[in-house]
Write a protein that binds this ligand. Structure first.
Ligand SMILES: Cc1cc2nc3c(=O)[nH]c(=O)nc-3n(C[C@H](O)[C@H](O)[C@H](O)COP(=O)(O)OP(=O)(O)OC[C@H]3O[C@@H](n4cnc5c(N)ncnc54)[C@H](O)[C@@H]3O)c2cc1C
Length: 299
């Protein structure tokens, strides 16, 4: 059935039975039946049509920097934007970019054009699309402050333009997390600033990241959402769990808010560790920690 994909995609855009550990920053995940790497909005439209006509379920990935794929992998298709779909343009204070544009690269382009607002994005892995879906943020900035319009397509192939209000940005969340739409592109509004100051701020954020975060080990960023009134790292550290591991999954000894893959972690190790941390936090603080990372794939 997947052979029909070759009618509209090139062979290097189609990967059959591919281990998802090669497609996530956690370096974890079993095989997906098929993974497609679109280069254009047309590729996405045709792939979505193909899935609909052949009754194939699909999930979308940017760069897989906020996901944990289960060990049994993914039945159906993964559409991974990866480095495809990355055209952009800058006019005055407005940026238009396709969803596959690397977020840090976009922040650097903005800086080069003397545009301020995206400094916080320096060092956040992933695509613009993933950042919109997650309302990614750091150092008091988030996508919600900048994005004013998003073009998306639904599973029936209908295009829709979302205004800022319709995107319903909330803390690490947006309307797109319902999974009903694929984000294709976004328009951002930034403020004029001094290139040197912007680059200086980005360098400072990069320095803080490498000092505090376990960037040298595979992870999917912060494991949990921040509960009201608490910081997750200090809670986990206070439970004595810094450096605690189950199988190959370890609470980072650099930043307890991160779970890292020591090299051979399975998704089950990570899920067991998440549950263990949740249990201990509930017992001691009566707080329910909710994962920020998206767990996908066959149970
Ligand atoms: C070392 C490290 C540091 C991190 N630091 C931060 C940080 O400071 N702040 C922060 O907010 N996050 C951080 N993250 C998490 C992650 O980088 C962000 O959530 C990022 O925005 C995810 O982008 P992505 O393209 O990789 O999305 P993915 O992880 O591929 O996908 C995330 C979710 O969005 C959906 N999705 C992705 N693209 C689309 C699309 N085009 N249309 C529809 N749905 C889509 C996916 O289905 C999935 O549910 C960090 C991660 C790592 C590994």
């Amino acid at each position: 059935m997947y052979s029909k994909l070759y009618n509209f995609l090139s062979a290097d855009q189609i990967k059959l039975n591919v281990e998802m550990k090669h497609h996530t920053t956690f370096n974890i995940g079993g095989p997906a039946d098929v993974l497609v790497l679109p280069n254009s909005i047309t590729d996405i439209c045709m792939t979505v049509t193909f899935c609909r006509e052949n009754n194939i379920a699909f999930i979308l990935l940017g760069q897989g920097s906020n996901v944990l794929v289960r060990d049994k992998g993914i039945r159906g298709m993964v559409i991974k934007l990866g480095n495809g779909l990355n055209r952009f343009s800058i006019a005055g204070q407005e940026i238009y970019a396709e969803a596959g544009m690397n977020l840090s690269a976009l922040a650097l382009e903005a800086a080069e054009h003397g545009l301020s607002g995206l400094e916080f994005a320096e060092g956040i892995p992933g695509t613009l699309g993933g950042a919109v879906v997650m309302n990614a943020g750091a150092y008091n900035g988030e996508m919600k402050d900048l994005v004013y319009e998003v073009l998306a397509i639904d599973t029936e192939g209908n295009f829709k333009t979302f205004t800022r209000e319709q995107i319903k940005f909330e803390y690490r969340s947006s309307v797109f997390q319902k999974g009903e739409y694929i984000v294709l592109s976004a328009r951002l509004h930034l403020k004029p600033g001094s290139r040197e100051d912007i680059i200086g701020t980005m360098r400072e954020f990069a320095r803080r990241r490498s000092e505090k975060q376990p960037l040298e080990q595979p992870s999917a960023g912060s494991t949990f959402r921040r509960p009201e009134g608490f910081y997750v790292g200090p809670i986990i550290e206070g439970l004595g769990l810094k450096g605690f591991s189950i199988g190959g999954a370890e609470v980072s000894s650099k930043h307890a808010g991160f779970i890292v893959n020591k090299g051979n972690a399975t998704a089950e190790d990570v899920i067991d560790l998440i549950r263990y941390i949740q249990e201990k936090t509930r017992e001691k603080h009566e707080v329910d920690l909710v994962p920020e990372i998206k767990i996908v794939g066959e149970e």
